[in-house]
Design a protein around this ligand. Structure first.
Ligand code: NAP
Ligand code: G4F
Length: 329
């Protein structure tokens, strides 16, 4: 049974990746940082099937000790400060975790077992103010937030360690991907949770920022399969993972409200305080390389995903009461 180590296992992608790897027969060990309140909701249903070990991306020695103890064959680095607005408020922390944390991971691998296969969670935020459209692995980066800048560092240090030390290190440039397990602060989940509350009579309106921004949104459950496929190739490489379809935030809002027979214009208020200091206006990915080399394709389309998220939020709120933040699906 090969061992896979996942940093960020308590996050959206970590939980889907853990399920996928268990299904493929892996022993799955997750890294979680110490917290005064444990936050294992997303992997609660995997209790007994996965192991959790404490370490922090900010602490080099803790990562070296994890590698020695667990002896993984594959390492998936999903841990990050991943919320763009927070990166404007906490740019130094974001750089320490999301950028330098990647070097801590790579150094831990070099120091313990350089044959470990490594996946780095890179991001379409690196394309930022896009130079060409759609974006491919060859599109130049132009990040528009401290988060995007940190992800560029993480991306290039992964490439650099692959080329300098012959590590099997891959970078997946993933476009936005969502699910019922998405954090409530991201726009997709904020909207589906808002629609659920309005439908149940718990709220009357929703405050949003820039409705004109456009994203290439996919389903997280589809995207974690691509991460695994990247680590099964003969040679390490970088891949764009995207649907190739772009929607605006306004499209997202319209579809989510319409799913419950609501007119979004009666419930959505725009709030200038939610507009970012610098915005990424459009992102659209071209995943042709992943189609050809990994045989990967997305299965869930945008409308299906948004409707799935609205239904899951209504089900959660109905079951647990309006204050619950625990997603189940
Ligand atoms: P997420 O839900 O925000 O999860 C982030 C994870 O990182 C959490 O488990 C968090 O732990 C952990 N973490 C944060 N700081 C840490 C530290 N100092 N040490 C150890 N762990 C730490 O993010 P996600 O949506 O699953 O995304 C996974 C990765 O893909 C991230 O690197 C993200 O930047 C990247 N990405 C995401 C998308 C997307 O659309 N979802 C697209 C491209 C790239 P706590 O639970 O303790 O906070
Ligand atoms: O859902 P978002 O916060 O995601 P964003 O900024 O695109 O970042 C996500 O995707 C990246 C991949 O491209 C990841 F790397 C990153 O970790 C994260 O997962 O915002 C999407 C869009 C933005 O243009 C934002 O300005 O929605 C717009 N928006 C409008 N109103 C809002 C809101 N975003 C949020 N979070 N909240 C609003 O009220």
């Amino acid at each position: 049974m090969p061992t896979a180590l996942i940093t960020g296992i308590t996050g959206q992608d970590g939980s889907y990746l853990a399920e996928t790897l268990l299904g493929k027969g892996y022993r799955v060990v997750g890294v979680a940082r110490r917290s005064s309140t444990e936050k294992f909701e997303r992997v609660e249903h995997l209790q007994g099937a996965i192991e959790i070990i404490q370490a922090d991306l900010l602490d080099q020695m803790s990562l070296i000790n994890v590698m020695k103890r667990i002896q993984p064959k594959e390492v998936y680095n999903l841990a990050a400060q991943s919320f763009v607005p927070t990166s404007f408020e906490q740019p130094v922390l974001t750089a320490q975790v999301t950028a330098v944390g990647v070097t801590h991971m790579l150094e831990a691998i070099r120091a313990t077992d350089p044959t470990i296969r490594f996946y780095q969670a890179s991001s379409s935020e690196m394309f930022g103010k896009v130079r060409t459209s759609p974006q491919t692995e060859d599109t130049p980066f132009y990040p528009r937030s401290p988060y995007g800048v940190a992800k560029c560092y993480g991306h290039w240090i992964t490439v650099n360690y692959r080329e300098s030390y012959d590590l099997y290190a891959c970078s997946g440039i993933l476009f936005n991907h969502e699910s019922p397990r998405r954090g409530l602060e991201f726009v997709s989940r904020k909207v589906t949770d808002g629609v659920a509350r309005i439908t149940l009579g718990e709220a009357d309106h929703l405050r949003l920022g820039n409705l004109r921004a456009q994203r290439d949104w996919g389903f997280a459950g589809d995207y974690v399969e691509a991460m695994w496929r990247m680590l099964q190739q003969d040679e390490p490489d970088d891949y764009v993972i995207a649907t190739g379809v772009m929607h605006s935030v306004e499209d997202l809002v319209r579809i989510a409200f319409a799913h419950k027979g609501l007119d979004w214009k009666l419930h959505v208020k725009t709030d200038q305080s939610l507009v970012r200091p610098a915005e990424v206006d459009h992102l659209l990915g071209d995943a042709a390389k992943a189609h050809e080399k990994l045989g990967w394709r997305p299965k869930v389309n945008f409308e299906e995903m948004i409707e799935m998220m609205v239904d899951a939020d209504i089900e959660r709120l109905t079951r647990n009461g309006k204050t619950s933040v625990t997603p189940t699906t």
